[in-house]
Design a protein around this ligand. Sequence first.
Ligand code: SOE
Length: 383
Amino acid sequence: MKELRVGQIGTGFMGRTHSNAFLQVPHFFKTGFKPVLKSVCSLDKSLQEYADTWGYESIETDWRKVVARDDIDLIDIVVPNNLHHDIVIAAAEAGKMVICEKPMCMNMAEAEAMVAAVEKAGVANMVSFNYRRVPAVSLAKQLIEENRIGRPFHYNAVYNQDYTISTNVPMGGAALWRLDSKVAGSGVTGDLLAHSIDLAEWLNGPIARVCAKTEIFVKERLHVESGKMEKVTIDDACAFIAVFENGSFGTFHSTRYARGRKNHNTFELNGENGAVFFDLECPHSLQFFRYRDPETGEKTPDHIVGWQNIHVTNSEHPYMGNYWVPGTTIGYEHTFINNFAEFLSAVNEGRDYKPDMRQAMRTQFVCDMVLESARTEKWIDLL
Ligand code: SOE
């Protein structure tokens, strides 16, 4: 196994998910690499404690020093969105592999420069859209590829949370930068719908047209850094309708004001031969409606046709053979482990990994156009 020397930039929630994934990957997957946590960088007061917890060998407070180090092969970017662009470009120029958290960046102009940099440098790169690697979601992809859904008619996605309902939730700072558009770029569109769009295009192909509406429910919030009430400029909620290139219709909805919803990330695809439904709040289940069998062409008899709940924990299911025995479960953190395993295996075998920066730029484009449609109150063609 080759050593993969990691420099992580950022120490928040996503930093922990990535650190854990680096450490766990070789326990469950043979990727050809053994990640070694060389250095972690942040301005956080508890940086040393973070480094000790996860086993980083050293700490830095200037990300440029991490990028410049000769003993680091891969830069892992888990800082707020407004820093992704500069770090990705510097890392690529230094010849490092790059893992970057989603959303890729603030806007298309940044995305184009980032893609140009990693492609010019020829460095392996990925944007971390971990929900592709939920076993039930990967199984949905498999069922679609096996033509069990048939001609698609509808793709409906919802991604709702509820943590910003209170007017007392401040914006800005380490925990709540996602509410500050100068740092996050956008609100639910970049943070949550980027996941839904990535999954939608992965499962159902390119989106051809969008028409969107956004809303800001709380107009002013206390900004942690300025200490003043400031105008809220992120989208608190966003809904859009879409037409896919394959002719199917889509609806997308996301808010952080859906009381009771914590991480309610769902999609349903309805086709001529069947349908699939997934809800991240029941991550081990994939609902499958089998109307017609693509192998035999036979219709499921009327007295037994119905939604079936596939408990996605068999060894034959995506990723599950790498974990425990059938029927036992894995968690949120495993979506990152699975994703890193995919990336490292691809690098080791000289294959392309998706979504790389180029594919993630497409999601950035769709997000940008959704926001533009909401701003102009017009349909926008994407193809
Ligand atoms: C937002 O609350 C958030 O942490 C997103 O930024 C993540 O991408 C999502 O997976 C969970 O929710």
